[in-house]
Design a protein around this ligand. Structure first.
Ligand code: FES
Length: 164
């Protein structure tokens, strides 16, 4: 069993930004996902201690915020690599070869869906339809959407990503 270390506490700037964000929504709950995203942009994932701090600022029980974070699959609750590859596994991408791409990823960098490469560069996660079916197979690498993905697309990304 791996133990995930606590992340450094929210700093005053992050706290101020979250409070400011809450002011733009009718309820703190409505601000929850954006607050999580705001913190994740800097910290890469939302560990338990950060989740508890954010929940406190929002005035929500940590379990409720955890439920929201888990439901919204772009919030990462465990450490992820420098680049998160979200490989679509819905029907059109499946028909057009997403399994072939997953096998290529495993051959090239040794990870299966749900895993992070040993060098910390990549995490591979499955995701439902990215709305890019007319360019299937599709993936998102961090915030960048890629269509018509083939092994060459992946190789170019692997070769261009330095060690963290
Ligand atoms: S099925 Fe993959 S983008 Fe729609």
């Amino acid at each position: 069993m791996s133990i995930v270390e606590a992340q450094p506490a929210l700093d005053p700037t992050e706290r101020a930004e979250i409070r400011n964000l809450i002011g733009h929504y009718p309820t703190a709950r409505a601000a929850a996902i954006d607050a999580l995203k705001l913190v994740q942009q800097r910290r890469r994932y939302i560990g338990d201690n950060l989740l508890a701090e954010i929940a406190h600022l929002l005035g929500l029980p940590a379990a409720e915020l955890d439920g929201l974070a888990t439901f919204y699959n772009l919030i990462y609750r465990k450490p992820v690599g420098q680049t998160v590859i979200l490989l679509c596994d819905s029907i059109t991408c499946w028909i057009t070869g997403r399994d072939h791409l997953a096998q290529h990823i495993e051959r090239r960098i040794g990870i299966k869906p749900g895993e992070t490469s040993a060098d910390g560069r990549f995490t591979l996660l499955p995701i439902v339809c990215l709305g890019h079916c007319d360019h299937a197979p599709a993936m998102m690498a961090n915030d960048v959407l890629h269509g018509n993905v083939d092994p060459a697309t992946l190789d170019a990304m692997f070769d261009a990503t330095p060690l963290p």
